[in-house]
Design a protein around this ligand. Structure first.
Ligand SMILES: [Zn+2]
Length: 317
């Protein structure tokens, strides 16, 4: 979650919107925070939720007992439903309604809930949520987030105040990175997720590191021709064994190929983006393949099949 200092620095517009809203008691019943996939959606939502309950009546102070309980994850008037890894079901929304009907409504006191990745809900869950949003109770504020606004039902969107969340300057962050991991890997992971905690988890995971290794070997083989790139893909097919690995593999390659297509000079991936220039005419197709494979990975799109398609594309076939 954001510290007060970072929130004020990185989310200037949001800071103003909510500190004014809280001070003048002019808050909407529901907000939809939206942004690209590595923007700090959940971090912002949690910080706002904490601020709405802060006893000092402004952005979260991190000192009052409400903020302290929030930081410990034991706030009695707050609930989080996270659709990042699990689909949100009707029972989750029912649990939410039940939770708030039981909570003791003090005067001048706000209850909040955050639904992270609202786009990842079943239609039954969305209908149940719509009912809740249509009959807002006086002191409950809903904060929804999404990194894909087109997948959120328009009837939900129309009941929320829309709040764009901007990405902080990633390059600047990477350049001042002093952690233990490879800077290039840190950069690639920073493009996928926002929170430092999640980044460290990914950078530490076997799945990411195996995928990263195969990607770099493959790029080296394409650029330096020190090995047969197709052999690296075949070996990769034997070596990478889980959906998580496949997704990291697709994300890393797609990011680097896209950087080359856009002629992005970030000082971090330049070796690859410059080196890939001879393949530029194939990269559009390759990125489309990787993104499609990533979207379908939960439906078990065959990894080795994707790799053989990639090999053909990169040979111009
Ligand atoms: Zn506080």
């Amino acid at each position: 979650m954001y510290s007060r200092e970072d929130f004020l620095k990185e989310q200037v517009v949001l800071s103003k919107l909510f500190s004014n809203g809280i001070k003048s008691s002019r808050l909407s019943h529901a907000y939809l925070l939206y942004g690209e996939n590595s923007s700090p959606l959940l971090d912002s939502a949690l910080f706002i939720a904490k601020s709405l309950s802060c006893k000092k009546g402004g952005l979260a102070c991190d000192e009052c007992d409400s903020c302290i309980r929030f930081n410990k994850g034991v706030h009695p008037d707050f609930m989080l439903i996270d659709g990042e890894e699990k689909i949100i079901r009707k029972s989750n929304i029912e649990e939410l309604s039940h939770f708030f009907s039981m909570s003791t409504a003090e005067v001048n006191h706000i209850s909040t809930y955050v639904i992270n990745h609202i786009e990842n809900s079943t239609s039954e869950a969305v209908n149940a949520l719509l009912k809740t949003l249509e009959e807002p109770s006086g002191n409950t504020v809903a904060i929804l987030t999404t990194d894909n606004r087109s997948k959120v039902l328009p009837t939900i969107v129309s009941r929320c105040q829309l709040v764009p969340i901007f990405k902080p300057d990633i390059i600047q962050k990477v350049n001042s990175y002093k952690g233990e991991f490879d800077r290039r890997a840190y950069y690639l992971v920073s493009l996928m997720v926002y929170s430092e905690e999640r980044k460290n988890e990914i950078l530490d995971s076997k799945e990411f590191n195996s995928a990263y290794e195969v990607c770099l070997d493959y790029l080296d083989a394409l650029i330096r021709k020190n090995e047969d790139p197709n052999y690296i893909l075949i070996r990769g097919g034997d070596y990478l064994k889980s959906n998580k690995c496949y997704n990291y593999f697709y994300s890393i390659l797609s990011t680097i190929f896209t950087s080359c297509l856009l002629d992005k000079k970030d000082g971090i991936l330049d070796v690859y983006t410059n080196g890939l220039n001879p393949y530029k005419k194939y990269l559009d197709k390759a990125v489309a393949l990787l993104d499609e494979a990533k979207a379908k990975s939960s439906a078990n799109m065959n990894f080795t099949f994707t790799l053989s398609c990639l090999a053909l594309i990169m040979e111009g076939k």
